[in-house]
Ligand binder design. Structure first.
Ligand code: AMP
Length: 114
């Protein structure tokens, strides 16, 4: 989708600070970090949210989880720990309608998640 912000970032049309990339996924620094380390992991294919993902996207979904773990490793978070969040829909305040996971860490995070 060429009007999708994250599709355009994954395609390199909009600049980002890339942390990790593989065949299916792309990971880059969040523009408004909410933790010392805040990286977004997205599928290169446009999938709006978890509900739009289909059975044929299973490899892509597991690939996103593996990419999040790789990001944590690259960011030096494996010992200290990290949090993965994926906002979906209005109540969760999803602002970009392209499936993504936030990888947060680099400091002790708040106890409250909601
Ligand atoms: P969400 O609110 O869960 O949909 O997350 C969207 C995230 O995208 C927010 O944390 C934004 O700060 C981040 N964001 C928006 N535009 C950009 C951009 N151009 N580069 C990096 N991150 C962005």
């Amino acid at each position: 989708m060429n009007d999708c912000l994250f599709c355009r970032i994954a395609a390199g049309e909009i600049p980002s600070t890339v942390v990790y990339e593989d065949e299916m996924t792309f990971a880059f620094r969040d523009i408004a970090p909410q933790a010392p380390k805040h990286v977004l992991v997205i599928p290169k294919k446009h999938v709006a949210d978890w509900y739009e993902a289909r059975k044929e996207d299973d490899a892509l979904l597991s690939g996103m989880m593996r990419a999040a773990a790789k990001v944590a490793e690259l960011e030096g978070l494996t010992e200290s720990g990290f949090r993965v969040i994926s906002n979906t829909g209005a109540d969760a305040r999803q602002t970009v309608k392209h499936l993504h996971m936030h990888v947060l860490g680099g400091a002790e995070l708040t106890e409250k998640m909601g």
